[in-house]
Design a binder for this molecule. Structure first.
Ligand SMILES: Cc1cc2nc3c(=O)[nH]c(=O)nc-3n(C[C@H](O)[C@H](O)[C@H](O)COP(=O)(O)O)c2cc1C
Length: 213
């Protein structure tokens, strides 16, 4: 319960690349733990068969994992490609791990070449694929919070699009629901800035969004 209540957006910004705080072994343990929590989320429908090739699961989402070194390398790559990644680069300088989480739309008609298939068909299965993916992401955020790692669910900014999307090997037929930044435990003391979520305290009074029926 405490981890749920304490989860909050912390955008940790670093102007220069940080030395990772975890060993490779510690980071892998963290990654496996958070992926295990993601897989514990409820899901209603399996993904369409066409997605089960390289990664074979019927779960309606996929998760692409970049360690600290890959995050730092992506900052260099963005600069070399003249991508205006802004605060995303500053967060890649600080991140211990980045998870890029996609959901797998049931598709109809011709595939869209060169970009993710938005708009997607608005039907029950797709709604529930997104819901299941959101539940998986929330499990990861709550888990990271419980373990003491500051974290942030971002739409992804420049990471959604090429060349950054291809750099992280995210297939175009999948739709990014979140890029999750997991920061070192001591981020607050090292950061140039830690930015909270804009809507953190908005709309929270229970009587304003819930009523007896
Ligand atoms: C689907 C989704 C996408 C989000 N994308 C962004 C984003 O791109 N930029 C951002 O500043 N915050 C993003 N957020 C975080 C929200 O801003 C944040 O959750 C909100 O301000 C409430 O703050 P809290 O997380 O501390 O409760 C996103 C949250 C969700 C659920």
């Amino acid at each position: 319960m405490d981890a749920i209540k304490h989860r909050r957006t912390q955008k940790v910004l670093a102007k220069t690349p940080w030395t990772p705080s975890l060993t490779d072994g510690q980071r892998e343990e963290l990654v496996q733990e958070l992926l295990t929590l993601a897989a514990a989320a409820p899901y209603h429908y399996e993904s369409a068969a066409k997605y089960r090739n390289d990664l074979t699961s019927g779960l309606p989402f996929r998760c692409y994992v970049a360690d600290a070194a890959r995050c730092r390398a992506a900052v260099d790559y963005a600069a070399a490609q003249e991508v205006q990644a802004g605060k995303i680069s500053e967060m890649l300088n600080a991140a211990e791990v980045l998870f890029i989480v996609t959901w797998l739309p049931d598709t109809f008609g011709e595939p869209i070449v060169g970009r993710e298939p938005i708009p997607f068909t608005g039907n029950l299965r797709n709604m529930e694929h997104i819901a299941a993916t959101g539940a998986a992401i929330q499990n990861m955020l709550v888990g990271a919070t419980g373990l003491g790692y500051p974290n942030y669910w971002s739409s992804g900014g420049a990471l959604r699009f090429d060349p950054m999307r291809s750099h992280f090997k995210v297939p175009n037929e999948e739709i990014i629901l979140g890029t999750l930044f997991i920061f070192p435990k001591d981020a607050a003391s090292r950061a140039d800035e830690v930015v909270p979520g804009k809507l953190r305290n908005k709309g929270k009074e229970i009587a304003t969004w819930s009523k007896k029926v």
